[in-house]
Design a protein around this ligand. Sequence first.
Ligand code: G3H
Ligand code: 13P
Ligand code: ZN
Length: 284
Amino acid sequence: MAFVSVADLLGPAEAGGYAVGAFNANNMEITQAIVRAAEAENSPVIIQASQGAITYAGLDYIVAMVRVAADKSKVPIALHLDHGTDMEQVERCIFHGFSSVMYDGSKGSLEDNITLTRRVIELARPRGISVEAELGKIGGVEDNVSVDEKEAMYTDPDEAERFVAATGVDSLAIAIGTAHGQYKGEPKLDFERLDKIRRLTGVPIVLHGSSGVPDDAILKAVSLGVRKINIDTNIREAFVWAMQAAMEKNPKEIDPRKLLGPARDAATEVIREKIRLFGSSGRA
Ligand code: G3H
Ligand code: 13P
Ligand code: ZN
């Protein structure tokens, strides 16, 4: 099956009331784990690459790997740029095989974010490529911020309404209390804000920093209009911990396949659990 765009996957998710998982890949084993999990669950899936992943693996390698996976697969697969902050990188992805991009202008002013997101949409849309934007600041768990500072970073619903009306973006990533990385405590999500943003914008909402968010909070977010859920940290944990366990079990092992194979299996299992939680099993 050829690549589909993220918008192609979020339309049916909207109609069906579920969310599609967007899983970060950096290498062949994680790419295969994502595809194997989606196939086992008969689910649509989004494989996303960050700018860091592109620097590590190479844009051409990522596109080629995901294209092979999509061509051989019966489930619909989108290849999405995660947190594109560099306009040149966003353009390279649009022109070299991605089916969807995120332009992340959340660090700039609202006006600049609108202008630059519109520029990306003008390039992407005629090519059938969908665009996700970010409004509000989704930090990392390592950004030592107080509760008040955190709330100041949250997405303002009125600004979100203005942003979506001015850009016509396909989906919107918002800040409502999640953060990238491993949480120290339990994240508290601002569901009231999510509900308001969703009603004012009407676009599919994207939840970043979703690893470690309790299952009941994920289900509630989906019931309130979250349609794309980003997971990276939980895959990293499963992958590396399985690799470590294999090394501890046999410290003399020098065949990388004996270490990376169990890591790939562990990542597949975690991704399957997420797909089931998000409600997209059987929706391919
Ligand atoms: O949103 C961040 C993702 O987890 C990607 O992280 O930039 O280290 O690849 P990365
Ligand atoms: P986690 O690493 O916290 O799962 O966040 C992933 C993400 O939001 C990628 O954009
Ligand atoms: Zn993110």
